[in-house]
Write a protein that binds this ligand. Structure first.
Ligand SMILES: [Zn+2]
Length: 90
């Protein structure tokens, strides 16, 4: 299971990308079209951000204790909850 850390890393990168995309879309919507009334582009952006949170809750988990890992900051070599190695090696 050498690829596990890589996978968790990829998942994290994906979450950040989705979140940034949503943030950018919502931001463009507010800048170009204003806040009121709420525009479809803003909703799409919000859905992206919401989706990234769901994605994170489902996939960004420790393989040992199954607890959620933080999406903020660097993904460490060890789980902050149980201390298990995140690259899958005991
Ligand atoms: Zn753990």
């Amino acid at each position: 299971m050498k690829n596990l850390l890589k996978n968790l890393f990829l998942i994290k990168v994906l979450i950040i990308l989705i979140k940034l995309t949503g943030l950018t879309l919502a931001w463009i919507s507010v800048i170009k079209q204003g806040v009121e009334p709420i525009k479809p582009l803003f909703i799409v952006g919000a859905v992206f951000m919401f989706g990234s949170i769901i994605f994170q809750m489902i996939f960004l988990r420790c393989p040992h204790c199954n607890k959620e890992l933080s999406s903020i900051g660097r993904l460490g070599d060890y789980c902050p909850h149980c201390g298990g190695r995140l690259d899958g090696e005991e």
